[in-house]
Design a binder for this molecule. Structure first.
Ligand code: HEC
Length: 102
């Protein structure tokens, strides 16, 4: 039963944690501050990447908002940690809004 529920949630937009963030209005200027504090070590100050993480400006043109939020909340493929217990939902919404201005 649990497995069926997980499979039913395969679309990231159906995940309640992702949906809660997508319901919020992101504030671009606050998102820039969140990014500067939490993300530049691996993605560089302008999100163009460095040796530790990929260029988000390039990648995110091909990602839905729900996919971006899913990665931030629950982590990447192994090297990027999960931020669901580190950032507030509003901070995740803010950083998404900032990323979408790049
Ligand atoms: C410890 C290094 C590290 C930090 C810190 C980090 N990331 Fe990442 N990030 C990565 C790596 C590496 C990947 C590629 C996937 C993987 O291997 O985990 C990634 C992938 C991503 C992706 C998915 C890109 C795609 O191809 O869809 C997004 C979005 C992202 N990061 C955003 C952020 C945001 C926003 C923050 C700050 C809250 C952040 N990252 C902090 C290392 C990091």
């Amino acid at each position: 039963m649990t497995l069926m529920l997980l499979l039913a949630c395969a679309d990231p937009a159906d995940d309640p944690g992702v949906a809660a963030v997508l319901d919020l209005q992101g504030v671009v200027v606050d998102g820039a501050a969140v990014f500067a504090e939490s993300c530049t070590a691996c993605h560089g100050p302008d999100a163009k990447g460095n040796e530790a993480g990929p260029d988000l400006v390039d990648k995110l043109t091909r990602r839905e908002d729900a996919e971006v939020v899913e990665t931030i909340l629950y982590g990447g493929l192994g090297q990027m940690g999960a931020y669901e217990d580190i950032l507030a939902d509003q901070e995740v919404a803010d950083v998404l809004a900032w990323l979408r201005t790049l």
